[in-house]
Design a protein around this ligand. Structure first.
Ligand code: ATP
Ligand code: MG
Length: 183
């Protein structure tokens, strides 16, 4: 599966609806300091089910909602939608008949998040597992945050093990085992 489109509305500094087509090959995001490059990457991680607001540089999940400026009032809702193509047939079995997958996450102040896959309400877990299986989860080593290289070098062995497990693609299995043990 490949990311083909990212849409944001009310997410961090992206207050106006923003629609980005992701072409095949390498994509570069350039711009002056503070223009929102890291926010874009965070939007992608967020829609994949990121549950740690700290790793989104926020002090609560509602902080991802546009907080207003002197010119514009704050918003009460943020939404991010990512589209993925299944042209290589690598989607999980239950989505094999779909050409594209559209995953959305929406948050309303004090109401928490709601997720959808192709218009159908799903749990956060469903979205996290979808991406964990595709080895592109919000904690995937494919997404390297600003300052993260230094963190990995200085990480404790346990934390480094998690990074290696993600890279080996077995995090989805761990999550499933944990769910099975809870049942
Ligand atoms: P750098 O080149 O310094 O890494 P960047 O392009 O990565 O910069 P970001 O860190 O993505 O920039 O964007 C920071 C901007 O986003 C700041 O101006 C900050 O005020 C704004 N911002 C972050 N959260 C919100 C929010 N909830 N509402 C409004 N603006 C926000
Ligand atoms: Mg940045």
């Amino acid at each position: 599966m490949k990311f083909t489109r990212l849409r944001l509305s009310g997410f961090k500094s992206f207050v106006e609806p923003t629609d980005l087509l992701i072409e095949p090959g390498l994509t570069g995001v350039v711009g002056p300091n503070g223009c929102g490059k890291s926010n874009l990457l965070e939007a992608l991680r967020w829609v994949m089910g990121e549950s740690s607001y700290k790793s989104m540089r926020a002090s609560g999940m509602d902080d991802v909602i546009f907080s207003g400026t002197t010119q514009r009032p704050a918003r009460n809702m943020a939404e991010v939608v990512v589209t993925m193509s299944n042209d290589d047939g690598s989607a999980p079995p239950q989505y094999q008949d779909q050409e594209t997958l559209e995953i959305s996450r929406r948050i309303e102040r004090e109401e928490g998040s709601a997720y959808r896959i192709n218009g159908k309400d799903v749990r956060a877990r469903d979205v996290q597992l979808l991406f964990a299986d595709a080895s592109t989860g919000s904690r995937s080593p494919a997404l390297v945050r600003q300052g993260q290289i230094g963190e990995i070098i200085n990480a404790k062995p346990q934390a480094r093990r998690l990074i290696l497990e993600e890279a080996a693609g077995i995090t989805g299995l761990h999550t499933r085992r944990h769910e099975a043990e809870l049942k």
